[in-house]
Design a binder for this molecule. Structure first.
Ligand SMILES: Nc1ncnc2c1ncn2[C@@H]1O[C@H](COP(=O)(O)OP(=O)(O)OP(=O)(O)O)[C@@H](O)[C@H]1O
Ligand SMILES: [Mg+2]
Length: 281
């Protein structure tokens, strides 16, 4: 990944005026719920928590915790955009907008040269083309199957007795990748267990899993087209093994986010950016 830095995102270099507009984005995804508070160009507060069977309550909680981190009162927030699967359940939002547009806007806020966003979330993988202003041009999404999503990796990691956050570390241990022939999570699980029982190193199996996810995403990306710069968002972007396999398969360098911004927050950030655009209009 290449690095870039956006000075406006480094809180220590910013001194926002008290009258700067404050807005928020709340992304209720299939797996996690996220909130971002934006004060002018400064990211003032963020929060990530698990999604639940009560998205309205979860939305309240993530918003409150992001406000606490920002040390901002609720009544100071001028506009709130809800996004993600549960966006209609963000009862306090002024409006809700599809996460596809929000990921584009969020990635563009951090990397203005972005033209393709690959969002790998818990349930969906989306390849999103944006214009020079970060506006949605086209997109492709995985079919209903979990292959190529975070859920696939969560499931197989669990079967291997691992946390999904450990997969990246195992990826870089010694071992040639095995081929995982099944895309279906259930069949892939049996295949992986058999491979381990036959003596395949864990690193080989993990690399094979990451390659299978990357292949799946590659086929969506080829349909949509892949114009650089390319930014990867969503929780799976925190897995360096998936990043490495994707860079090899897609034959592009993925742009990393300035200030080590958490890629899982980009949808909520984009929702906040859209909220700011509405206020400033
Ligand atoms: N530290 C981590 N390392 C590796 N993978 C991670 C990590 N944290 C989360 N993930 C992956 O990210 C996924 C969740 O991503 P995200 O929060 O973007 O999904 P979501 O927005 O809820 O889903 P969707 O957009 O599909 O509705 C998890 O399923 C998990 O596989
Ligand atoms: Mg999401």
């Amino acid at each position: 990944m290449t690095n870039c830095s956006i000075p406006s995102l480094q809180p220590e270099t910013r001194n926002p005026k008290p009258e700067t507009v404050i807005v928020a984005g709340v992304d209720i995804g299939s797996t996690t719920s996220k909130a971002v508070i934006l004060q002018g160009h400064r990211i003032a507060g963020t929060f990530i928590g698990p999604s639940s069977t009560n998205p309205t309550k979860t939305a309240e909680e993530v918003f409150r915790k992001a406000l606490e981190e920002a040390r901002i009162e609720r009544n100071e927030v001028r506009h709130i955009v809800g996004t993600g699967y549960g966006r209609a359940r963000v009862a306090f939002a002024n409006e809700n907008i599809s996460e596809i547009s929000c990921h584009g806007k969020g990635a563009h806020f951090l990397v203005p040269t972005v033209r393709t966003v690959i969002d790998i979330g818990g349930q969906d993988t989306k390849v999103i083309s944006v214009d020079a202003q970060g506006r949605l041009q086209d997109f492709g999404v995985n079919d209903k199957c979990a292959a190529g999503t975070g859920r696939f990796l969560d499931f197989i990691a669990g079967s291997l007795g691992l946390k999904v956050s450990d997969l990246g570390r195992h990826h870089f241990e010694t071992g040639e990748p095995v081929t995982i022939s099944h895309m279906c999570s259930v069949f892939a699980e049996s295949e992986v267990i058999n491979l381990i029982n036959e003596g395949a190193p864990l690193a080989s199996v993990v690399k094979g899993l990451h390659l299978s996810v990357a292949s799946r995403i590659n086929s969506i990306a080829r349909r949509v087209g892949l114009v650089p710069e390319v930014v990867i968002t969503g929780g799976v972007a925190k897995n360096p093994g998936v990043i490495k396999c994707l860079e090899e398969k897609l034959e592009v360098e993925l742009k990393s986010l300035p200030g080590d911004f958490d890629p899982q927050l980009i949808g909520a950030l984009g929702a906040a950016v859209i909220a700011a655009e509405k206020v400033n209009k």
